[in-house]
Design a protein around this ligand. Structure first.
Ligand SMILES: Cc1cc2nc3c(=O)[nH]c(=O)nc-3n(C[C@H](O)[C@H](O)[C@H](O)COP(=O)(O)OP(=O)(O)OC[C@H]3O[C@@H](n4cnc5c(N)ncnc54)[C@H](O)[C@@H]3O)c2cc1C
Length: 330
């Protein structure tokens, strides 16, 4: 029986990245519903440990897909070729990727090679009455959600980060860890890493992984006020994000952009300061559990989405807010 396959990710330290557990949680009911194995693939240069973790998180079998060309997660050609070889080996009916930088590039290319289609940025996956995969994804910039189905033999899907909570790890779970060498040659890799530049953002918590995100927009008026957002993020153990207007103005790096053409975040708390709530921005944060906004315009669109809001100038609101936070976290 064709298994359900998740393509997990491995951190630079060789651990399973959080998206791996989330994908296993999404795929477990699919595999159980179809009565097939749930297989996890962990591509990297040293992914044994991550593969073993995948078993504890609910996979039945885990492939440590190891190859020197998989060292760089942005060597997308290598990741596509490795995923294709694994699919040829195990013949899955469903392949789930995370909607990460790697997943969103690799999944559609793998789908093309498998002669099927890919559904991107899905927030829910389930089996339809005919046991085919149905995936729920935002459309029209996040204004609506649509169930889509893949009519090919294989369904390839990317699942949004934080759409699923990982299952509780169970160290007593038994499962097979298989070494799989895709034997990639130079011809499989048409791009190469020239230089690695560490962004300030990546020194702290990754925006996509943060449970609390504090985002600033054009209403901040310049780069300097972002220090207040950094302070709030630090106090709350969160990360800083931004609207495209703030990124385009060069106030903060483009890597902080949240939205349709930026990152998708689904934190427990999304705090916005001086952001109007344009649909393209909301496309990247509307699934946050709680949105709290500060904006001087009471009619700003962001207040339609926000659970709590303060109408006023951030210059008057943030100092007292930060003071309160400092008291609370003492
Ligand atoms: C194809 C496409 C893709 C896009 N992708 C993205 C994307 O990924 N992410 C994204 O963010 N945008 C994206 N945009 C841009 C988007 O349409 C908006 O232009 C952008 O989100 C606006 O950013 P903003 O809310 O910071 O600025 P504005 O819309 O200018 O809003 C600033 C807000 O700050 C408030 N304000 C001003 N001064 C203060 C103050 N002193 N105190 C409190 N509040 C104040 C104002 O009332 C206003 O509501 C995209 C647009 C297109 C066409």
């Amino acid at each position: 029986m064709p298994p359900v396959l998740i393509i997990g990710e491995v951190t630079p330290d060789g651990d399973a990245a959080s998206i791996t557990g989330e994908l296993i949680a999404a795929a477990r009911p699919l595999a159980d519903g179809l009565g097939v194995e749930l297989v996890a693939a962990l591509p990297g240069t040293s992914s044994q440990r991550a593969a073993a973790t995948a078993i504890t998180l609910g996979a039945d079998k885990a492939y440590a897909v190891e190859d020197p060309f998989l060292d760089d997660p942005s060597a997308f050609d290598a990741h596509v070729a490795a995923a294709q070889k694994l699919c040829q080996e195990i013949g899955p009916s469903i392949v789930l990727f995370g909607r990460t930088i790697t997943g969103r590039d690799v999944a559609p290319r793998l789908a093309f090679r498998l002669g099927t289609c890919a559904a991107n940025d899905c927030v829910e996956v389930k089996l339809d009455s005919d046991q085919r995969l149905a995936a729920l994804r935002p459309v029209f910039g996040g204004s609506a959600l649509a169930w889509v189905r893949c009519l090919g033999d294989v369904a390839v899907v990317t699942v949004r980060a934080k759409a699923y909570e990982p299952l509780e790890a169970d160290a007593t779970r038994k499962g097979e860890v298989v070494n799989f060498s895709p034997g990639l040659g130079r011809d499989a890799v048409k791009s190469r890493l020239v230089e690695r530049v560490k962004e300030d953002q990546t020194q702290g918590l990754r925006l996509e992984d943060a449970r609390i995100v504090v985002s600033g927009g054009r209403g901040l008026g310049g780069p300097d006020p972002f220090v207040h957002l950094e302070e709030i993020a630090k106090l709350l153990g969160g990360a800083v994000g931004a609207s495209r207007a703030a990124c385009d103005a060069g106030w903060v790096p483009a890597t902080l952009q949240v939205g349709l053409t930026g990152k998708t975040v689904t934190p427990d708390l999304y705090l916005t300061v001086g952001i109007s709530g344009a649909s393209q921005h909301m496309a990247g944060c509307a699934a946050s559990k709680n949105i709290v906004s500060i904006n001087k315009d009471g009619d700003a669109n962001i207040f339609k989405e926000a659970r709590f809001g303060a109408v006023g100038d951030w210059k008057n609101i943030l100092p007292a807010f930060i003071e309160q936070l400092q008291e609370l976290v003492k």
